[in-house]
Design a protein around this ligand. Structure first.
Ligand code: BEZ
Length: 261
């Protein structure tokens, strides 16, 4: 099993606020209504949970990172946040909707998560989600992997993210009793903040590839990653991450065997 993801919540807030700021469109799709009970899955520092609560819904935020839940509770003490692995949550037909933005690709037990989501929804409840899809960060990943092979040898660390194709993810939801009503996979190049935006991104999300190296070698490897990416992802003074998103809307249509769990 790969080591558990830990987050530097402050670094995330300082440089990656675009993650929740870009989610306005997904909130429009969710269209939360006053009085609805909504689960914000992989809620991070809680900003989207708050936006949902502002529309009058009752929100529960859930995340497996103690750092993120700590930060969410500090940001929004009036809301309810739960520290739990999504695949292990035991909510049973409690929610009108489950919402998730940029979090599902960290949850490697995707079938377990789909079953837990289905279980947590009332019949007819909706799952509205966006995550990295097949081909996400293709250039960044290959530059990081090439540098890691040069510096540390052929054995790469276990993947910590997964980026499914539309068909793969839709199939997985259907097996859990969720009926897929809408799905699309699309490129969403995402601007990173500042002249060192890519370096900050690589250190935060891919730094573990270089953890075992002595400091000087680690710095050299990261510099090489950045230089390899510069001709592809640096334009007019701005870094862009080659994000590709999978957006999906599904409705609970059955208490499937696996959905009952
Ligand atoms: C993403 O949002 O696509 C992502 C963020 C960090 C690491 C990998 C992917």
């Amino acid at each position: 099993m790969p080591p558990k993801r830990t987050w530097d919540a402050e670094l995330y807030e300082a440089h990656h606020s675009f993650v929740w700021q870009l989610a306005e469109g997904l909130l429009t799709v969710l269209d939360p209504k006053p009085g609805e009970r909504i689960l914000s899955l992989g809620c991070g520092p809680g900003h989207l949970a708050y936006k949902i609560a502002e529309r009058g819904a009752q929100v529960v935020g859930l995340d497996s990172s103690p750092e993120m839940i700590g930060s969410a509770r500090q940001n929004y003490p009036q809301l309810s946040f739960v520290l739990e692995d999504a695949a292990r949550m035991r909510f049973d037909r409690e929610f009108d909707a489950v919402f998730s933005n940029a979090a599902l690709h960290w949850m490697l037990d995707a079938s377990g998560v789909a079953r837990a989501v289905a279980r947590s929804l009332r019949m007819g409840g909706r799952f509205v989600a966006e995550m990295g899809g097949k081909g996400n960060i293709r250039h960044i990943e290959s530059a990081v992997e090439r540098a890691a092979r040069r510096y540390s040898g052929p054995n790469l660390p276990e993947p910590r993210t997964f980026f499914p194709s539309l068909g793969e993810y839709a199939g997985l939801l259907e097996e859990s009793g969720l009926e897929v009503r809408f799905a699309r996979l699309f490129d969403r190049p995402t601007e990173l903040e500042g002249a060192n935006g890519m370096e900050v991104w690589v250190r935060q999300f891919k730094g573990y590839y270089f953890e075992g190296l002595p400091r000087a070698k680690r710095e050299e490897a990261i510099r090489e990653v950045i230089e390899e990416l510069r001709p592809i992802l640096f334009r007019e003074g701005k870094w862009t991450a080659d994000y590709r998103r999978l957006q999906i809307v599904a409705v609970k249509s059955a208490d499937s065997e696996s959905g009952k769990g």
